[in-house]
Design a protein around this ligand. Structure first.
Ligand code: C2E
Ligand code: CA
Ligand code: CA
Ligand code: CA
Length: 285
């Protein structure tokens, strides 16, 4: 047993060493990723649902910007892996600023190309959210590209908001006063105290894809999603369900009164050029 224990321990440490070596490798590579042009954004369309229609009636209302990193040797690295590295190293601040600037600039390019006035949703890390100058940064970037604040929506996880709710409320108020929209991302997976929802200046709850995945088989997930939609309605908040992959899921969400959806059923995240083509094709259809 002792021997097993020691082996297990050794295995554990070498595993941990491999993990931290990988993290260090990623951190060093990420440090140069921006200047070397290895980062890009993909855009996933978001759709508003119309309640009364028999036929599938959906309208593209916006895009969620999703960060992509392609490294010459490491290949495509998943944001699920490199975002935590960016956060712990502080690199998320320059990277997050680049994401905001790039997403807003793209929205201007789409406006010029004649696309309907979409909303750009940008993911915000807790580190960015807590950083002192976020409202000023957002002001400056909107001014630089020349867009009204209402075209930008910032997605914040419950964890980021609940880390320090008092600070969160101050930052949310500052962003809200400027007209920037806020949504709670991955809603239902964090530890949000429901009593804070009415104090948070958010306009939308994004129902996490983990509740959407088994919607057609799992009565409990249906109950949770139904409750979230009704609570949001009572609080005057919109709901957007993410990770919608099947017509059955869509059908349930529509019937429960979910206002908006996003997911592979409609489209995967696309390059800016492919997104533009997608929108044009959708409008003509
Ligand atoms: P998220 O914000 O919850 O984004 C949704 C994720 O689900 C994205 O993964 C998206 O590609 C994926 N997805 C969309 N539709 C479907 C679907 O129908 N089925 C399934 N199975 N997945 C779907 P992605 O792009 O790999 O991003 C992962 C996470 O990385 C994001 O989760 C977000 O937390 C983070 N992230 C991505 N871009 C940024 C960024 O610019 N800044 C920050 N701070 N975080 C980011
Ligand atoms: Ca998101
Ligand atoms: Ca999400
Ligand atoms: Ca997520």
């Amino acid at each position: 047993a002792k021997k097993d224990g020691r082996n297990a321990y050794r295995f554990f440490t070498s595993e941990m060493q491999a993990q931290s070596a990988r993290a260090l490798l990623l951190e060093n590579a990420l440090r140069r990723a921006l200047e070397r042009g290895q980062l890009s954004l993909h855009y996933q369309p978001q759709f508003a649902l119309t309640e009364d229609d028999e036929a599938l009636e959906s309208q593209i209302i916006g895009a969620e910007a999703l960060l992509r990193w392609q490294h010459p040797e490491l290949g495509w690295v998943s944001p699920a892996e490199f975002i935590p590295v960016a956060e712990s190293s502080g690199l998320i601040l320059p990277i997050g600023e680049w994401v905001l600037k790039e997403a807003l600039s793209q929205l201007v390019r789409w406006d010029r190309a004649g696309l309907p006035g979409l909303t750009m949703a940008v993911n915000l890390s807790a580190v960015q959210f807590r950083h002192d100058n976020l409202p000023e940064l957002v002001d400056r970037l909107l001014g630089e590209v020349g867009l009204p604040a209402g075209r930008l929506e910032l997605e914040l996880t419950e964890g980021a908001a609940m880390h320090n709710p008092t600070v969160a409320i101050t930052v949310m108020n500052a962003l809200h006063a400027r007209g920037v929209r806020l949504s709670i991302d991955d809603f239902g997976t964090g530890h949000s105290s429901l009593s804070y929802l009415k104090k948070f200046r958010v306009s939308k709850l994004k129902i996490d894809q983990s509740f959407v995945r088994d919607l057609t088989e799992d009565a409990e997930d249906r109950a949770i999603v139904d409750a979230v939609i009704r609570m949001a309605g009572a609080l005057g908040l919109e709901t957007l369900a993410e990770g919608v992959e099947t017509p059955g899921q869509l059908d349930f969400l529509r019937r429960q009164g979910c206002q908006a959806v996003q997911g592979y059923l409609f489209s995967r995240p696309l390059t800016a050029a492919a997104f533009e083509e997608f929108v044009v094709a959708h409008i003509q259809a």
